[in-house]
Design a protein around this ligand. Structure first.
Ligand code: X8Z
Ligand code: ZN
Length: 621
């Protein structure tokens, strides 16, 4: 139904997830005998309404998906206008159906049907109110924000550089002046978005209120089969489990950066300078592996170099990703995937390069859109995106409103879970490294550090993005405080600061795709926790007894079967049911990621001994 990474115009995202209502509203009611006929009529009416709603939404989705695809893979005034037009119609349809659905009392319906009603009401990512012109204004804004991000460039040393080019500098340069210039440069793209963003928040909140939510953040948080406040408490609980790991990594990285750059650039104490972490948003620190690497021996090969040496091109990377999924017993991707996907950046037009996976017809027209380069990061991203496509394919026979992840974190976790099986043993099996290059056990710390720079460093970033956004959507943060609130969250959760004073008109959140693109971000936090839970469960199913980071489920059909059974459920059942079917537990749990990194944790604690770890979580003025 929706795209796994919804581009902004997809206000259509009707199907996104689960119950807005507290659980008891879903409880089965036993009709009293005398009321049976009336009850039966009510249920029959509700069924008829839902059948019509799903059919209309399906037609709209087919039409809109193609228009959005055409815009994302060829940004022009015409494709923007077409996307804005269909986006407005899609929002109107979704909102009017959600409002119409209120004439039915969910308490009167059997659970299977009730679930569809709650999904219909809570699942619109950016709702408009039914006021004349509101959906059009909203859709123009979201399309414009998306395009502004997608076409953004910064002129550095006389050349207009795209985000990929600027990102490469952030990853590879070790000159703090250059890093600062490029980091600040990319953030010149977003001040122009700020007023539109504030207006969008206003309209979308009116939309959320009309649908019965106090504000849009509450509506987003209503998609997890529990009341929003319980879900927020769940997030806090999970963060509590993994935060100690992040704190040690932060401390360790800061020491190494201090050794690299000196006290003037990166002091030994306090927060870390955001532009030194090897990534435009400091969300993935693996770019500075060479700066922070352990004193212990690491693997002798470098996966990026190895992919290049072995003659991989972007298509071969995607084929290799597909082969992993088929090794689990899943059917290969359809021929149309190869004909219709955008796998590299086209030279002749502007596109939205941020990777995404699409399902154009809710049946088999699955595609990815990536500007793939031959490196380790994109090898991982290929698996991530294919995870979305294989999930979409697995639930294609569900009813429209159940064609979705069990919750959005599941959708994000599928491909990454598979990616955790890209172990040295697996690389050997597919011929990327030789037996002689298999890293010995003593290389584990280095291997784990490399993975932690991607997986652990990310966790507080994900919380920053939606922590900031929830406060914006709830009205707690006013437009004039957008940027300060952003940096307050960055400091509190990630322990990072900008490389210099931020200009008065800065709108730094807008320089991250998912803000102008309106993709909720909590999903990635959940995914980064749950993918380790999936991995641990799968390794147990496979009878693996060694350390988790050495386990690969490649070629394991038994695991594949159980995995597919979970995926086939789509969103048809509350997510704990899906989780239980694959892992045997009904709770999200950070203990698997903690166990995975345990040997690294021991090392980091030793290395950090004597350092004054941590930072003041609130800025001192
Ligand atoms: O946006 C993505 C995917 C598409 S759903 C490439 N990710 C987040 C990001 O890039 O910020 C994957 C990890 C986090
Ligand atoms: Zn994704």
């Amino acid at each position: 139904m929706r795209f796994s990474l919804a581009t902004s115009a997809i206000a259509l995202t009707i199907a996104v997830a689960s119950c807005a209502a507290p659980k008891e509203t879903l409880a089965e009611t036993t009709p009293v005998a005398t009321e049976t006929v009336a009850e039966d009529t009510k249920i029959a009416d509700a069924k008829a309404f839902m059948a019509r709603a799903e059919s209309e939404l399906s037609d709209m989705s087919d039409e809109a998906s193609l228009v959005f695809w055409n815009q994302a893979t060829n940004i022009t005034d015409e494709t923007n206008a077409a996307a804005a037009e269909v986006g407005a119609r899609a929002t109107k349809l979704a909102v009017s159906l959600a409002n119409e659905s209120k004439t039915f009392n969910i308490d009167d319906l059997p659970p299977e049907l009730a679930r569809k009603f709650t999904r219909l009401r809570a699942g619109i990512t950016i709702p408009a109110p039914s006021t004349e012109g509101a959906a059009e204004e909203l859709s123009n804004i979201t399309t414009g924000l998306d395009a502004a991000y997608g076409t953004g460039t910064f002129n550095y040393k006389g050349k207009d550089l795209t985000l990929d080019e600027l990102s490469t500098i952030i990853e590879t340069s070790r000159d703090p002046e250059e890093l600062k210039a490029v980091w600040e440069g990319w953030r010149t793209v977003s001040p122009a978005m700020k007023d539109d963003y504030a207006r969008m928040v206003e309209i979308a909140n009116e939309g959320a209120r009309e649908l019965g939510y106090t504000s849009l953040d509450q509506m987003w948080l209503s998609n997890y089969d529990m009341p929003p406040e319980e879900m927020e408490a769940e997030v806090d609980r999970l963060w509590g489990q993994v935060e100690p790991l992040y704190d040690e990594l932060h401390c360790y990285a800061r020491t190494k950066l201090n050794a690299q750059y000196g006290d003037d650039v990166q002091p030994k104490t306090g927060p870390i300078r955001a532009d030194l972490l090897g990534n435009m948003w400091a969300q993935d620190w693996s770019g500075i592996y060479d700066v922070v690497k352990t004193d212990t021996p690491g693997p002798s090969y470098n996966l990026t170099a190895r992919l290049v040496e072995k003659g991989y091109d972007p298509i071969k990377m995607v084929k290799t990703g597909e082969a992993f999924f088929t090794s689990l017993g899943l059917a290969p991707l359809p021929q149309t995937f190869w004909e219709r996907s955008m796998i590299t950046r086209p030279a002749d037009r502007e596109v939205i390069c941020h990777a995404s996976a699409w399902d154009l017809d809710n049946k088999e027209d699955v595609r990815i859109k990536m500007c793939t380069e031959v490196n380790k990061e994109d090898f991982d991203t290929v698996h991530h995106e294919l995870g979305h496509n294989f999930y979409q394919r697995a639930y294609k026979d569900q009813d429209l409103l159940y064609k979705d992840g069990a919750h959005d974190g599941f959708h994000e976790a599928i491909g990454d879970f598979v990616g955790l099986s890209i172990t040295p043993e697996y690389l050997k099996q597919i011929g990327l490294i030789d037996q002689s290059e298999m890293p010995p056990a003593e290389a584990d710390t280095a291997l784990l550090l490399n993975t932690a720079l991607t997986k652990v460093a990310f966790l507080p970033f994900a919380l920053t993005v939606d922590g900031w956004r929830w406060d914006v959507l709830s009205g707690e943060t006013a437009p004039e405080d957008y940027n300060d609130a952003w940096w307050a969250k960055r400091l509190e959760l990630q322990g990072i600061i900008p490389p210099g004073e931020r200009p008065a008109d800065a709108f730094d959140p807008g320089a991250k795709y998912h803000i102008p693109g309106n993709t909720p971000y909590l999903r990635y936090f959940l995914s980064f926790v749950m993918q380790f839970q999936f991995h641990k469960a799968a390794c147990e199913q496979a009878g693996w007894e060694g350390p988790l980071h050495r386990c690969s489920i490649y070629d394991n059909k038994e695991v594949g079967e159980r995995f597919n059974a979970m995926m086939e459920m789509g969103a048809s059942k509350p997510w704990p049911d899906a989780l239980e079917s694959f892992t045997g537990t009904r709770e999200m749990d950070g203990s698997a990621i903690v166990e995975y990194f345990d040997p690294l944790m021991v090392y980091l604690k030793e290395e950090n001994a004597g350092q004054s770890c941590g930072w003041d979580r609130v800025a001192s003025e």
